[in-house]
Design a protein around this ligand. Sequence first.
Ligand code: SF4
Length: 510
Amino acid sequence: MSSTVIQTEDFVQSVADGLQFISYYHSPDFIRALSSAYEHERAESAKYAMAQILVNSRMCAEGRRPICQDTGIVVAFVDVGMDVAWSDTSRDIDALVNEGVRRAYQDTDNPLRASILADPAGARRNTGDNTPAVVHTRLVPGRAVKVGLAAKGGGSENKARLGMLKPSDNIADWVVESVSELGAGWCPPGILGVGIGGTAEKAVALAKEALLEPIDITELLEKGPDTATEKLRVELYRRINSLGIGAQGLGGLTTVLDVKVRDFPTHAASQPVALIPNCAATRHIEFELDGSGPAEFDPPPADLWPDVTIEATEDTRSVSLDSLTRDDLASWRTGDRLLLSGAIYTARDAVHQKLCEMLASGEALPDGVDLRNRFVYYVGPVEAAGDEVVGPAGPTTATRMDKFTREMLEGTGMFGMIGKAERSSETAATIAEHGAVYLIAVGGAAYLVSKAIRKARTVAFAELGMEALREFVVEDMPVIVAVDVTGRSIHDEGPAKWQEQAIRFHQREA
Ligand code: SF4
């Protein structure tokens, strides 16, 4: 029997189309699971965050723009049938995947953010087209090519953990303890991938591939677990949700929408366990090529999204950033909802590094950069498309900026920062010491946030691309006070307040 011939162009175009598709469509199982979690949520701040994620999800599907400003590092699992031949053998599978990535990320209708840096231990130069992807290729029996694609956000990938446990150690205890220490930088609610067995690298690959599976914990809970891995999934789902971490770490009933577990035989002396979280911008898709043409992808039905709106409550305050005073800051308390209007600056890791070096050496900050009485927004937006002012522009993880916070507050006189996830207790104390505040926007609601940005201009460090220092003029940008001038933190108070109720809720569900 002759081999199936796969046209390499079909493969490249399918990768490109798949990546474009997942940049703006959440999968139906994710939308259903998040809608259900939203309905059951009782914690106000967490419910507000989930509402933003759901509204953002629908807006992205309608506007065909990215769910999150971090459009991810591409991971591909390619299973090549042993009875497959390729129309062009001049490039290997990695090169074909990378061609698809390049095409997807440089699409002019929906440009995606190039986040990949070459020479990671040295110059950390942006490759400009989001290549290379991480590609896992296997030869398998058959006449087709099966591809699993993921666009993995850095915030959730940074929370991956590997434990080389003793055979007598309890896997569930290790996973639950690890999750309790992750903080909120992985933008929950999401899905956890757990890989058990093999060797260190095998366990990590198992955890990553497990995240490609659809959410089906409700079916498992209804049927009841049979195998050891099913029992572990159920135990982890209940115990992790009982931690009360909640959406964005604000405290609430749902932290994980599912836990996926894959295992592999291992050495008698070993028990490797890997944990990888997937965030609120969970993006993955699978397709198969059988030689009949490129893959096709069906959008989720429009009525899948729940009828959720984001209403300002009586307590929501409108804040004019251009006339704000320290007395105003002092009146804000953790959990307050604000709608910000006025000018803010953007800065991420690279700009912080540069500004802090300038401050330390007594050098003047770049022309046009005056952070006194201003907020710095931790963001690296997607490039604008069409008539947009800026592309999706949600917050990045603030914890990475903790090491710069004292220098920035002391050296610039700024009012505070806007980001996502918790600050260390030392940083919260530093914020209080300076009469400053830390505000959060919702990670995974980037397109929604970008609609509040009315003007954007690059002020300095243009060579840093998405990391450049910009000025945004925002109107009614929704944020929550996460650390107030007394140093209280919503990421400490929220989970502590909601843990008991989360335990009771998940006991009732059992
Ligand atoms: S939702 Fe959060 S972790 Fe996920 S890609 Fe966006 S910013 Fe990163």
